[in-house]
Design a protein. Sequence first.
Length: 238
Amino acid sequence: MMNDPEESDSAIVAMKFANNAGVKTAAEQMEPRAGTKGNADQQNTCRAQNRESVTHALDRIRDAARHRKKERFTALLHHVTPETLRAAFYAIKRNAAPGLDGLTWQTYETEIEHNVQSLHQKVQRGTYRPKPARRVYISKADGRQRPLSIAALEDKIVQRATATVLNQIYEEDFLGFSYGFRPERGQHDALDALHVGIETRRVSYILDADIKSFFDDVSQDWLIRFLELRIGDPASSA
């Protein structure tokens, strides 16, 4: 794995695979929606130079994903840089509950540069190992308890940084009318698009459906197989 963040896009992608990617349908292109505003206070704590570096690196990944839809990314962790990890840290809520290690956001920030560099080295060397999550339960309206896993702080950082890189790839593949769990999109954007669709087109039926306990029952094997359509980095799935 190469560590030079300025490596050409040839280091980003390799190993072609066949898929059925085609021209986007009219439904996909219905209308782009403005996303919800990010947490400006937290974003502003990052240095401007780091933000520019991260943005530039992510733009290169997204551009490669946009123009090379039949190729797999074989060096995913190559793009989890100290700048990406630092940005991920500052995107985490300061008052979030700590994991089993008890490490808080404020304590970690006191030695942020040392901590980020150390974490980056562990990720690149393959010695990083996530810690067990702390399990808590939240009461639901129907009286049931919803389990919630609280990760350790460094696990949150690595998860967010990795998700940021993955978003650049899959945002180029997702359908335009998909709104769930996507960056800069939310339920209000989906309702806005639904309103526009109802007002501008003839609609006979509206189907409202939900998959019961989807995230509890989803097949992990199928998730990995799905990711492998675009990701060919064995280190990222270890």
